[in-house]
Design a protein around this ligand. Structure first.
Ligand code: MN
Length: 239
């Protein structure tokens, strides 16, 4: 059944706030920052598209179980909140509960992660170009120095976490940041100031991201991951 927005709002007033967040309802509203259910994004390629860097078995479980689980638990944690902020506003805000920090972070981080990769020959691999390459040279000395620093940060995460390329909020510089668990550089309420900024690229180094295929060889996973990085996406994120 199609409902106009006016009818939907009227219905909401009758049924109470909980009914306002049927999937998609608020997402069709006027405010870009008000969303309904947080949604599991579509994977932009097939499960086996990043082989052999990322194997199909890992990709399937990672997306269908882990990422989907974060989205489901985020929605559960936010069920009484209306209107719901965008993921970015939510994570940058104060007083993050553990559930929102972990599952909102997990939802957002994997959105970045999937988009940061592409199949070889279809945008994956190669070298950063244009403004992005110039900014990397300016702030790291060379693209290779950036890659080395990023790989080292990813390899050095103790336990579960992420490595990020970030436009740092305090000075606008491109910097490498690592975060634990599902924290990310948007979370100004829990990170130190020199870690906060806008993420351009993220690498998941939780064991669930590589253990099926690489077992304990995280270094090999990181080395192969560079072969599927979608630099065009990173450039677009830099803007
Ligand atoms: Mn993950």
């Amino acid at each position: 059944m199609n409902m106009t927005r006016r009818e939907a709002l009227k219905r909401t007033a009758v049924l109470g706030a909980a009914a306002a967040f049927a999937p998609g309802m608020i997402a069709r509203g006027n405010s870009p920052s008000a969303v309904g259910e947080y949604e599991l994004m579509d994977l932009p390629y097939a499960f086996d598209a990043l082989e052999p860097a990322v194997d199909a078995g890992t990709m399937k479980v990672h997306y269908q179980k882990h990422h989907a689980g974060y989205v489901r638990k985020l929605n559960a944690a936010m069920k009484d909140v209306s209107p719901r902020p965008s993921l970015e506003d939510l994570l940058a805000g104060p007083n993050l509960s553990d559930a929102v920090r972990n599952n909102g972070g997990g939802t957002y981080n994997h959105n970045i992660f999937w988009k940061s990769m592409a199949p070889i020959g279809e945008g994956g691999g190669g070298e950063p170009q244009g403004d992005l390459a110039a900014r990397l040279r300016k702030d790291f000395g060379s693209v290779e120095d950036f890659r080395t620093q990023f790989s080292k940060a990813a390899g050095s995460v103790f336990g579960s976490g992420w490595a990020w390329l970030v436009v740092r909020e305090s000075d606008g510089k491109l910097v490498v940041v690592s975060t634990g668990n599902q924290d990310n550089p948007l979370m100004k309420s829990v990170l130190s100031e020199n870690q906060v900024g806008r993420p351009l690229l993220g690498l998941d180094v939780w064991e669930h991201a590589y253990y099926l295929h690489y077992q304990n060889r995280r270094t090999d996973y990181i080395a192969n991951w560079w072969k599927v990085v979608n630099w065009n996406e990173v450039s677009q994120r830099l803007g």
